[in-house]
Write a protein that binds this ligand. Structure first.
Ligand SMILES: Cc1cc2nc3c(=O)[nH]c(=O)nc-3n(C[C@H](O)[C@H](O)[C@H](O)COP(=O)(O)OP(=O)(O)OC[C@H]3O[C@@H](n4cnc5c(N)ncnc54)[C@H](O)[C@@H]3O)c2cc1C
Length: 380
């Protein structure tokens, strides 16, 4: 019997397994994917998320892969372009990053294994084993292998938007909003980059993020109602959106698209109760918001730390486990809710303006402050 089984080994699952293993727990980490591998994401990580990577000791290895630090952000609304001031000198992190998931997720998986977690790649969880309303383990197999059952004190669903763990434990969902926007993105070489860019038009938007190998991840977004028309001819429609933003269109002339288009209209917005008897949820399985503000990974890192601290407090009997996990939910929601509301506003395409981004900056700062404060509370 394991102390914890973590289902899903990307930005939510691997660091959860890593932190629990570092605290001395016996952890099984499983994923149906093998690593390195990609997953749909434009993978921008805000400063508080980068600060978590630093705290966990994996940032240096990531930056050594040639991941460009992002210190300049450009927001453009029609004719108005602004560059928000950089973080103050004493901020815990000075830059954002946009690492390829092939690289980031593999580093995180390796960090979990280095910490002592047992990894099973290519292992698909087919069922969460329940004893009444208590989760006691998982049943699954590697491709073509025999089905096995593994048991644990806690089963952690870090298995993303279509979480099998969440489907099994049926958590309460709240503050839900349906999909509001769709996105398509591709990677370009030869695109002149100067930090991250967010361009807002009347009925569409575009993002430019610098990533590994000097490439630009360029995404377009529109209201969900336009998805089916858009996908009839993705290339033409994607380029038509970028044409609306002259500064992008101009630079695109000398650039080359290096990879296929990737897109989705599957972006529900929800909070879920992230714990119950024998189970917990972290990352997209417990909280999901539109991609518009590029928050998923930063959110996941924050919640990983909160969840791992709560489980450790419970397992080590410093606090009743249920009470500690209730604290995880409460703190997650306190930090996430203002950013969630702004994200839904932006994704709905209503009145995206500078004021909203000032609010976003303030909410992001509050997130950083609360994470620093939470840090101070965690016993060494
Ligand atoms: C178009 C788009 C753009 C985005 N852009 C950004 C961005 O710029 N910045 C940002 O921060 N976020 C972005 N996001 C969101 C971000 O990618 C997610 O929030 C993040 O990947 C969530 O991490 P996770 O670990 O919770 O889940 P995932 O990354 O989805 O990982 C879940 C893992 O669970 C595994 N799994 C699932 N089911 C099973 C099973 N039954 N058995 C075993 N394994 C299983 C999967 O194989 C997968 O590896 C974007 C999302 C989209 C769709």
């Amino acid at each position: 019997m394991y102390d914890a089984i973590v289902v899903g080994a990307r930005c939510a699952g691997s660091p959860t397994a890593m932190l629990l293993a570092r605290s001395g727990y016996n952890v099984l980490l499983v994923d149906k994917a093998t690593f390195p591998s990609d997953i749909m994401s434009t993978h921008y990580i805000h400063q508080p998320g980068v600060a978590m990577l630093k705290r966990w000791g994996v940032l240096d290895a990531l930056m050594a892969t040639g991941c460009p630090p992002i210190t300049n952000v450009t927001l453009s609304f029609g004719d108005v372009t602004i560059n928000p001031p950089p973080p103050p000198d004493d901020a815990p992190m000075q830059y954002a990053i946009c690492p390829r998931r092939t690289i980031l997720d593999k580093l995180l998986v390796d960090a979990a294994v280095d910490a002592g977690a047992e990894l099973r790649e290519g292992f698909s969880v087919r069922e969460v084993v329940m004893d009444g309303d208590r989760a006691t383990g998982v049943r699954g197999s590697v491709k073509g292998g025999d089905e096995v059952t593994e048991t644990a004190r806690i089963v952690i669903g870090a298995d993303g938007l279509h979480s099998k763990v969440a489907a099994a434990v049926q958590p309460k969902e709240y503050d839900t909003k349906p999909t509001l926007s769709f996105a398509y993105y591709a990677y370009w070489s030869g695109f002149d980059l100067d930090g991250a860019e967010l361009h807002f038009g009347e009925d569409a938007g575009a993002l430019v993020f610098p990533t590994h190998d000097g490439k630009a991840c360029i995404a377009t977004a529109g209201s969900t109602g336009g998805f089916h028309e858009f996908r009839k001819d993705v290339e033409t429609n994607y380029l038509a959106v970028l044409e609306k933003f002259p500064s992008i269109a101009e630079r695109l002339k000398g650039a080359k698209r290096e990879e296929r288009f990737i897109g989705t209209n599957d972006q529900p917005n929800y909070f879920r109760k992230p714990y119950g008897p024998g189970w917990a949820l972290v990352g997209d399985s417990g909280y999901h918001r539109d991609f518009a503000t590029g928050l998923g990974i930063t959110d996941a890192f924050r919640d990983v730390q909160l969840l791992a601290d709560a489980i450790d407090a419970g397992f080590s009997e410093r606090q009743p486990l249920d009470e500690a996990l209730a604290g995880y939910e409460q703190r997650r929601n306190e930090i996430a809710k203002p950013l969630y509301d702004i994200t839904c506003e932006i994704a709905s395409g209503n009145d995206v303006d500078l004021a909203m981004f000032m609010q976003f900056g303030a909410a992001m700062q509050a997130m950083q402050d609360m994470m620093v404060a939470a840090d101070a509370e965690v016993p060494a």
